[in-house]
Design a protein around this ligand. Structure first.
Ligand code: HEC
Length: 120
């Protein structure tokens, strides 16, 4: 099998699973706010700007979720980071720690506070 076939199969599987995830669970931003305050605020801050109380002590600073770099990412990209973390950074994955519903809830809260902006 050549690499192109493998890559397209991978893209297809990833694409379908995101579609299934998006269809199966809808996030609730109110519930997401509570999840955020408990699990994310200490690093990302109450304004989602990366200035949480513990953020200043980290060598790799928390992402400013209000920045163009984050707002131009798709929900799927943010979902991957929230679930699996960002390698070699203090952002660990929340899969297993939060339920799938809580991950969708917190994602919808993030997107309510810092909406997707493809042009940024
Ligand atoms: C221990 C501190 C810490 C906690 C707690 C934390 N994060 Fe992060 N987060 C980070 C750091 C550091 C990065 C930046 C990683 C990098 O530079 O690649 C990050 C990156 C991210 C990104 C990627 C942004 C982008 O533009 O790609 C998202 C989304 C995110 N965090 C959401 C969350 C959510 C939601 C929670 C709570 C469920 C959370 N984080 C909890 C430290 C934290």
């Amino acid at each position: 099998m050549n690499i192109r076939v493998i890559l397209s199969a991978l893209v297809l599987v990833m694409g379908c699973s995101s579609w299934v995830a998006a269809q199966a669970l809808r996030g609730n931003p109110q519930a997401g706010q509570a999840v955020y305050e408990k699990n994310c605020l200490r690093c990302h801050g109450d304004k989602l700007d990366g200035n949480g109380p513990e953020g200043q002590y980290l060598i790799v600073r928390p992402a400013n979720l209000q920045a163009m770099a984050s707002r131009s990412k798709t929900d799927w990209e943010l979902l991957i980071t929230i679930s699996h973390g960002a390698a070699f950074t203090p952002m660990h994955g929340f899969r297993g720690k939060l339920t799938d519903q809580q991950v969708m809830d917190v994602l919808s809260y993030v997107r309510m506070m810092a909406p997707f902006d493809p042009l940024s």
